[in-house]
Design a protein around this ligand. Structure first.
Ligand code: RM4
Ligand code: MN
Ligand code: MN
Length: 430
């Protein structure tokens, strides 16, 4: 079986739609020209944008209650790469994959790197896992990892992160994302200040092992699995830690890791100003770390985040270089479809944010024209950039309609015939 979908098949699917895309693109170009926007410039910027696929996202996720796997679940990291290759082949917005260790361990990383290259993929940030016990681990993370009271547990958790860096080095990655589940379920269970000190002590040892061109992404999260207090619970704690560690440490924003109604775009602006924005885990959320598909619940919020990012790029803020990743859990959809659509949603918000009239917005803000300013954002958000995104995919050899082409290809049925069905059961990723 060829690992990817036949290119001639994709081209034939596109042929049915290409005429309309060119027509719609031209029409959008005329509309934008009236606003003094050059569609070709926007198209090049959109084409240059990529968001990483989380390797754990191509398997069906789960909740604390159950997991309902779909057909053709990837069995190991090579299967996951193949699914990621299909996502990239059709949607052309996801040239990199973010791995999670030990979930994605294998015996030959040179082979893995080659397999990725064969699918047109590279590796983005590596994720360590000290929020669950690895098979055969000498010590348990039940009461914490990098912040555990027992130095031997902390040492094991540090050592794991060093191993993840080493694997990432072999794969050409340049960043380590550290999210810990450490925290407590009871008032009084933990000495807050000492736990944070222990975090810093452990994180310093990881930081010291970073190769020269690597960064360390600290990911905060309000709660879960600890439901009373979490050691790195918010961007403030994350920023304190990143500042104490040094310039290679920055703060990663997972959109689902904040209290409801928190103004995330403002957090993003603060981190940009401090030179500490590492990047993102994109997903959507209604209540908590729901890990719903990016842009599926609150697309305007995603746009407002991109408005800050595009403004920072436009103003050439020194050192501004965020890493973009998806981090979602797909419970009821085919993960490949969800990831293609989510990458498209992220790409769409980027494109819309590129349409904001920055000079007019500056002027409206200076003049305290509240309505005028907000209308400028709405105007960009309400522009239908679909033809532009279709054209970017078409030019790159992808599918005009990724989900349509994917369904017609029969890829899922083909891999289901090769990959044994897995049983549902216990809960999954948090
Ligand atoms: C966490 C967090 C991390 C992810 C795990 C699976 O809630 O978002 O980024 O690695 O889930
Ligand atoms: Mn995350
Ligand atoms: Mn999460």
């Amino acid at each position: 079986m060829s690992p990817l979908i036949d290119a001639a098949f994709v081209a034939a699917q596109n042929d049915k739609l290409a005429r309309h895309v060119h027509h719609d693109y031209e029409h959008l170009g005329d509309q934008l020209a009236r606003r003094d926007i050059d569609i070709e410039t926007v198209r090049r910027q959109v084409a240059a944008f990529g968001v990483a696929i989380p390797s754990w996202g191509v398997g069906t996720g789960g909740t604390r209650f159950a997991r309902f796997p779909g057909p053709g679940e990837p069995r190991h990291v090579f299967d996951k790469l193949q699914d990621c290759g299909v996502i990239q082949q059709l949607a052309r917005a996801t040239p990199t994959v973010s791995l999670h260790i030990p979930w994605d361990t294998c015996s030959d990383y040179a082979e893995l790197r080659q397999a990725a290259a064969d699918c047109g993929l590279r590796f983005d940030a590596m994720n360590s896992n000290t929020f669950s016990d690895a098979k055969g681990a000498a010590r348990s993370y039940k009461f914490g990892s990098l912040t555990h009271t027992d130095p031997a547990v902390r040492a094991q958790a540090v050592e794991h992160n060093l191993q993840v860096i080493e694997i990432g080095r072999q794969l050409g990655s340049q960043a380590l994302t550290v999210w810990i589940g450490d925290g407590t379920n009871f008032p009084g269970q933990q000495h807050f200040r000492r736990a944070f000190e222990r975090y810093l002590e452990s994180a310093r040892r990881i930081y010291a092992a970073l190769p020269g061109d690597w960064r360390m992404f600290l990911e905060h999260k309000l709660c879960e699995p600890a439901f009373y207090a979490t050691v790195i619970q918010d961007w403030g704690s994350s920023h304190l830690a990143a500042s104490a560690l040094g310039p290679k440490a920055q703060c990663l924003v997972d959109l689902g890791h904040h209290a409801p109604n928190v103004n995330i775009e403002m957090i993003v602006a603060r981190l940009i100003a401090a030179g500490k924005l590492a990047g993102f885990h994109f997903n959507d959320s209604k209540y908590g770390d729901d890990d719903l598909d990016a842009g599926s619940v609150a697309p305007y919020r995603l746009f407002l985040v991109f408005n800050e990012l595009v403004a920072a790029a436009h103003e050439r803020v020194a050192g501004f270089d965020p890493a973009y990743m998806l981090d979602q859990s797909h419970n009821v959809t085919d993960p490949i479809e969800s990831l293609m659509v989510s990458a498209g949603a992220v790409q769409r918000c980027h494109a819309q944010a590129l349409l904001v009239d920055r000079a007019a917005l500056d002027a409206a803000q200076e003049a305290n024209d509240a309505l005028g300013a907000t209308q400028l954002l709405k105007r960009a958000f309400e522009t239908d950039v679909t033809p532009l995104l279709q054209r970017v995919r078409l030019d790159a050899g992808g599918a005009i309609d990724p989900v349509g082409a994917y369904r017609a290809s029969g890829y899922r049925a083909r891999v289901a015939a090769q990959r044994p069905a897995v049983m549902g059961g216990a809960g999954g990723i948090v």
